[in-house]
Design a protein around this ligand. Structure first.
Ligand code: ZN
Ligand code: FE
Ligand code: FE
Ligand code: ZN
Length: 270
């Protein structure tokens, strides 16, 4: 089993040591994990929710130490969760050149200057046109794929986190966005954190997954663990669910080169 989305305390809103995340991975029967902590961004952008640029070497050091310590027992990939936010692309491009990452997740956490997944700003949903919010969100997902910066689109549909729904199914947006991901060759992060949130669904949910699987968009799986106990959360169930929806493989990365792993094999060794 695999979990490609987990954090470290360097991001200022996660707890537990890298060691504890790895221990929990072994306890849960995972054989490959990827750390993907919140990357540094330009100083004006969301600084309190991520590591500082000068902390990046510490992050790399922590993950490399774990890779050495767990060699032969647990494959550990060195990833990052960068943000996609118009105006920060050059900064992110430079940052990604600074180290040979295994994979990079690109996540949309803001619509313009609104941090829509922050509980402190949830009231904003009541003052906006929800259908327009969804359209803006999907447009940003497409732009993040088209930026060419990332290997994986982080938690698609995060916009539904607090349970706000569009007034109608945005099938055309999903179809357009799926085509964009397929054309870009980018994978998505099938993220189980939504199951722990008010929406109580994976990101993305089944209607969007139907489009993505039909178009053979690459699928990664991640718990988005911000505490060691969350490593591997609902991953086995999610792999089984993806297989039921018609998916056959999960994408993994080494040195930003993708490989496809058959889901039935991942479930067998679980
Ligand atoms: Zn986080
Ligand atoms: Fe995120
Ligand atoms: Fe995350
Ligand atoms: Zn995340």
């Amino acid at each position: 089993m695999i979990d490609y989305h987990m954090h470290t305390p360097l991001c200022r809103h996660a707890s537990g040591s890298v060691e504890e995340y790895c221990q929990q991975a072994l306890r849960r029967g995972l054989h490959e994990i990827g750390f993907s902590d919140h990357s540094p961004m330009p100083p004006w952008y969301d600084a309190q929710w991520r590591m500082k640029a000068e902390e990046l070497p510490t992050y790399i050091d922590w993950v490399q130490q774990a890779q050495a310590r767990y060699a032969g027992r647990l494959t550990i990939r060195m990833g990052l969760e960068a943000d996609f936010h118009p105006g920060t692309e050059e900064y992110v491009a430079d940052l990604l050149k600074s180290h040979p990452w295994d994979f990079v997740i690109g996540s949309v956490h803001y619509i313009a200057n609104w941090g829509f997944d922050n509980p402190a700003f949830v009231r904003d949903f009541d003052t906006r046109d929800i259908d327009e919010v969804y359209r803006q969100y999907f447009r940003l997902l497409r732009q993040s794929a088209q930026s060419g910066l990332f290997d994986v689109i982080g938690h698609p549909e995060l916009i539904k986190k607090f349970g706000h729904r569009p007034t109608r199914v945005l099938d055309a947006e999903m179809a357009l966005t799926t085509r964009c991901f397929a054309d870009c060759g980018i994978a998505i992060d099938v993220n189980t954190a939504g199951l722990r949130k008010p929406v109580a669904e994976r990101y993305p949910g089944d209607p969007f997954l139907h489009h993505l699987i039909a178009a053979k968009v690459g699928l990664c799986v991640g718990s988005d663990a911000h505490r060691p106990e969350e490593v591997g959360f609902m991953i086995a169930e999610t792999l089984a669910h993806l297989a039921e929806l018609g998916a056959t493989t999960i994408r993994t990365f080494q040195g930003r080169t993708p490989s496809e792993r058959p889901i039935h094999e991942l479930l067998k060794v679980a």
